[in-house]
Write a protein that binds this ligand. Structure first.
Ligand code: PLP
Length: 425
């Protein structure tokens, strides 16, 4: 058999290790897996239940009603012109990302280090060339426009150039400012390159200040998003993709044809539920606002505890993650036989019961000693319901986000303390 080699998911490996420790009765602090701590709003769940009997295929590009809602939603929250013809609905944004890579016959794909785990395997599956673009802690893990320029300049002129950018980032939890995106957009424009902008965490930017790449570089940006993060519905498999009117329709037609050849349509009942989710009214705005406040408070709590140690970390700005840099402990760790991020994460799990994902899963050099911490192992629904109860009772303390969050995240605090203690040993 000559099978293609595809790296197994690093998240699965860490989960198996955690399960083994669990079975031994050990305490495990789960900072490895990044799933939303919040459930979809009640009206969205009800819409799914109601649509359960729908067994018909939906149009390949998505139901017309849903595409119109997604258009209005993202046009409003991202402040860009959108039209229905450049909106696609798919079965999760992951397949939309892969299909976009498949749309190019031959491409050179630039991935920043760090980058989300699935991009590099997708570039390999699409048969494209991969170029890595290192970033540093000091640069806040942001892509440097000059470095991007030099990387793109080295690609032959007849090859399509694509930058995949994920912001707010997994694994770094950081956003780009409008000025930073414009600087990248002007480099991309000079090289006629495409931006594949993964904005699945855009709606859970902690202050709502997310800027879409489609605003900074409308000419050749394809944005992906969906229900998995802001709506807490990863398993429902609903992703969306949009592009500004400047993007040639030929690209969207190619993407639709690939969609027809791969997933046919996003699940029909889920599209009906998504219609309820993408209705941008007070309920949705309140739900988003509350989630953001809670995530900001949790990120602040965990980040502040780590901030006093030799582990370097930038305060989280969006999404569910902090990206930890243990490099200033390099000498001490080497003395314990730890020279790679995998050795670091294994020791942390075995010795302190703290599960992180090694930075090398996100394309970092193993010797850089980085790791991702996901701070979502808490019951987000319980936090939201306490906050709502506190607010409606007019009780200021009961409605205070930091106080309520602290009450619901004691095991996150215990885990953070275990990490901090381990880093001091
Ligand atoms: N992009 C990033 C950066 C993610 O973290 C994830 C999920 O973990 C996805 C995309 C996949 O999202 P979806 O569930 O829409 O396929």
């Amino acid at each position: 058999m000559t099978l293609r080699h595809v790296e197994p998911s690093p998240t699965l490996a860490i989960n198996e290790h955690c399960a083994r420790l669990d079975a031994e009765g050990r305490t495990v602090h789960r900072f490895g897996f990044g799933e939303s701590p919040f459930s979809p709003p009640a009206r969205v769940r009800a819409a799914l239940q109601e649509a359960a009997p729908r067994v018909d295929y939906a149009p390949v590009r998505g139901m017309a009603e849903l595409r119109a809602l997604v258009r209005d939603f993202h046009a409003t929250v991202d402040g860009i012109d959108l039209d229905d013809r450049r909106i696609l609905v798919g079965s999760g944004s992951k397949i939309l990302l892969l299909n976009t890579l498949l749309a190019f016959e031959r491409a050179c794909v630039v991935l920043p280090q760090p980058s989300w785990v699935s991009y590099a395997p997708q570039v390999a599956l699409a048969g494209h060339e991969l170029r890595l673009l290192p970033t540093t802690f000091e640069q806040r893990w942001r892509v440097d426009p000059d470095a991007l320029d030099a990387t793109l300049a080295a690609v032959p002129a007849d090859v399509e150039k694509v930058l995949v950018l994920d912001h707010p980032g997994n694994p770094d939890g950081l956003a780009y400012t409008a000025a930073e995106l414009e600087a990248l957009g002007s480099v991309l424009g000079r090289h006629g390159a495409w931006a594949l902008s993964d904005e699945i965490y855009g709606l859970v930017h902690h202050t709502g200040a997310h800027v879409s790449m489609a605003r900074a570089y409308p000419e050749r940006t394809l944005v992906t998003g969906g229900l998995s993060k802001w709506c807490g519905a990863g398993g429902w498999r609903l992703g969306i993709q949009f592009a500004a009117p400047e993007v040639p329709l030929e690209m969207i037609e190619t993407l639709s044809a690939i969609a027809a050849a791969t997933y046919s349509c996003a699940p029909t009942p889920v599209q009906h539920a998504a219609c309820a989710a993408y209705r941008l009214d007070d309920e949705t705005t309140t739900h988003l606002g509350r989630q953001r406040e809670v995530l900001a408070a949790v990120a602040g709590q965990v980040g502040a505890a780590i901030g006093g140690t030799d582990i370097r970390v930038h305060p989280g700005e969006g999404g569910f993650y902090l990206f930890l840099d243990f490099s200033s402990m390099r000498g001490r760790l080497a003395g314990r036989g730890i020279t790679t991020d995998l050795e670091l994460c294994t020791a942390l799990l075995e010795e302190a019961g703290v599960a992180l994902l090694p930075g090398s899963a996100f394309l970092m050099d193993p010797a850089a000693l980085t790791a991702r911490l996901a701070y979502v192992d808490f019951d987000g629904d319980a936090v939201l319901s306490d906050l709502t109860a506190g607010a409606s009772a007019g009780d200021a303390a009961a409605g205070d986000v930091a106080t309520v969050v602290a009450r619901h995240t004691t095991h996150l605090s215990t885990g953070t303390t275990a990490l901090v203690d381990w880093s001091g040993t």
